[in-house]
Each structure stands twice: as structure tokens, then as C-alpha cells.
Design a protein around this ligand. Structure first.
Ligand code: SAM
Length: 284
């Protein structure tokens, strides 16, 4: 997993993505530095990437490239569903995934975020992401995603897991028992999509996830897309369903005005490089 060795000072913020390599941002301004009950929250301003949110020293989102991630997390699932009514997002306190979900005529979207301080910081410094929370269809719950999914009586068309890396409060959001609970809260023709980490940095985790997810769901596919500020640049997601195969859906229902995702990107994102496919199909 990513190293938590970021040093955020007044001049430079660094994320060590591996022991020996990483990413740095020149700091134009430090906008927010606080420690919540769950994590360290830092927001800086950088000349190229604009505002950058770090949680526990790891880049979560930047003003410049957030749409790469948020569009690819949400649209491959939502565009496959004929009439998505109820959508659940677990994590995602910056609000970017919710903003994309609300581009569909959904009846209700829940955002379950464990850390109220992330919501507050993003309301102030990322209003173009967080603004979705004022939509009347959105409902915010400040809660642990695992607790929420164990107690909800709702059935969802789409569940989106917009977690951080599997350390600290997010570790549970990558576990087998969490995915079992998600499946129980999903409509039979529903889809779960979860961010899964870096293509090469987290290969061992992908291998383990592929093993249990393929047993749990009729359709369990990985897809990948670039996110320039995430470790090593290519990010992975899992698409899980018992009935919907993203590669055979006849008509993708894509909302207008997107900046990254389209139907060609949809199909190509599920084509995996040889080393990755091998890792998933020949789990150790
Ligand atoms: N996709 C981004 C990445 O990988 O860099 C992460 C986006 S989002 C900001 C992740 C959110 O998940 C954080 O705001 C964090 O507080 C929240 N989170 C972590 N563990 C959680 C849990 N158990 N239940 C609900 N939210 C959780």
C-alpha cells in the first residue's frame, strides 16, 4: 500500500508512493491543516493542479484531475442501469462521486461518510464537488460504511465504494465481509462499483480481491483508467453484479456534458493489460 510518509510543509508536499519514488507539489498556499478523530486533513494550493486534498498524507483529489477519477468511478455502473432510483455511496466525502451520480434522474442518493471534518473542509475549499450535497435528492449520513450497510433495510440499484486505501477506517471497506453485506443490500439487477487501487502497486491486493469477488458475484470485472495524481498513474475499479455485464449492455445511458467518460472509454477500460489479467485469473 501507499506509504504514509508525506511531509506537508509550507514549501513542498510530497507523497512517497513507494519506498523510493513519489510525487511532489510545490505549495502556493496551505488552506487547511487539521486532525480529525479519524485522520489528518490537509488542503494545499498548487499552481498546476489547483487545490489538492490529502488525507493522512495521501492525495485524494485535485482540482485539475478530479474528473478522471470521479467520472470513471460512477459512469461505467450508472450508464448500464435503465432506471437507477436508489444509489448508495460509501466514503466519498469530497462529494465528487455524488455530483456525478446526480447527473442521472435518480430518486435518492445516500452519501455515507465517516468523517464530518472531511465534509466541512470540502464544503469550504471544494464547493464544485461538495455542492451536490445541497441537492434535495441527496441524503448525508455521518457513519461508518460497514455499520450503515449492516443495518440498512434499503435495496439499492447501484452501490459505489469511494474509499481511501485499506488502512485505518477504510480497511474494512476492502474486506470480504463488507462485500458480502453490500451484496445483500443490492437489488438483483443492481451493480456495485468500488475503487480498488493502483494497477501495479496493489497487485497482490487485486489478486486476493479477484479470488473472493469472482466467487461472490456472477459478474466480477476489473477496469482501469488513468488518474494522473494517483500512485503510478493508472487506477483500478471493480464492477460487480449478478445480472449486468458491462460489456454486453446494448445501450449505455450517458448524461451529457462529461469530460472523460464516453462509450468507447467504457469498452476499452475493461480491456486489461497482460500482466494484470494474469494476476487476476491465476490467483496464488
Ligand atoms: N478515491 C479516493 C482515493 O483513493 O484517493 C478517496 C476519496 S474519499 C475522500 C475517501 C473517503 O472515505 C474519506 O473521506 C474517508 O473519510 C472515507 N472513509 C474512510 N473509511 C470510511 C468508512 N469506514 N466509512 C465511511 N467512510 C469512510
Amino acid at each position: 500500500m501507499r506509504k504514509k510518509a508525506l511531509i506537508s510543509n509550507r514549501r513542498e508536499a510530497q507523497e512517497y508512493q513507494t519506498e523510493s519514488s513519489g510525487m511532489f507539489f510545490k505549495v502556493k498556499n496551505v488552506l487547511c491543516e487539521k486532525k480529525s478523530a479519524f485522520q489528518r486533513i490537509e488542503i494545499i494550493e498548487n499552481d498546476f493542479f489547483g487545490r489538492v486534498l490529502f488525507l493522512d498524507g495521501l492525495v485524494q483529489t485535485t482540482e485539475r484531475d478530479e474528473f478522471f477519477y470521479h467520472e470513471m468511478l460512477v459512469h461505467p455502473a450508472l450508464a448500464c442501469i435503465r432506471r437507477p432510483e436508489k444509489v448508495l455511496i460509501i466514503g466519498g466525502g469530497d462529494g465528487g462521486a455524488l455530483r456525478e451520480v446526480l447527473k442521472y434522474p435518480v430518486k435518492k442518493a445516500w452519501l455515507v461518510e465517516i468523517d464530518q471534518e472531511v465534509i466541512k473542509a470540502c464544503a469550504k475549499y471544494f464547493p464544485w464537488l461538495n455542492g451536490a450535497l445541497s441537492d434535495p435528492r441527496a441524503e448525508l449520513a455521518i457513519a461508518d460504511g460497514f455499520d450503515f450497510i449492516q443495518t440498512t433495510t434499503e435495496k439499492f440499484d447501484v452501490i459505489i465504494v469511494d474509499s481511501s486505501d485499506p488502512v485505518g477506517p477504510s480497511a474494512i471497506l476492502h474486506a470480504r465481509k463488507f462485500f458480502l453485506k453490500l451484496k445483500q443490500a443490492l437489488k438483483p439487477e443492481g451493480v456495485i462499483v468500488a475503487q480498488a487501487g493502483s494497477q501495479i502497486l496493489h497487485l497482490q491486493e487485486h489478486r486476493q480481491k479477484a479470488t473472493f469477488l469472482k466467487r461472490m458475484f456472477g459478474i466480477a470485472r476489473f477496469y482501469c483508467s488513468p488518474v494522473p495524481t494517483y500512485p503510478v498513474g493508472t487506477w483500478c475499479y471493480t464492477f460487480l453484479s449478478d445480472q449486468i455485464d458491462p460489456l454486453t449492455v446494448r445501450k449505455l445511458r450517458i448524461p451529457p456534458g462529461l469530460k472523460y467518460y464516453n462509450s468507447d472509454i467504457h469498452s476499452s477500460s475493461f480491456s486489461l493489460p497482460v500482466f494484470f489479467e494474469k494476476a487476476l485469473t491465476r490467483p496464488r
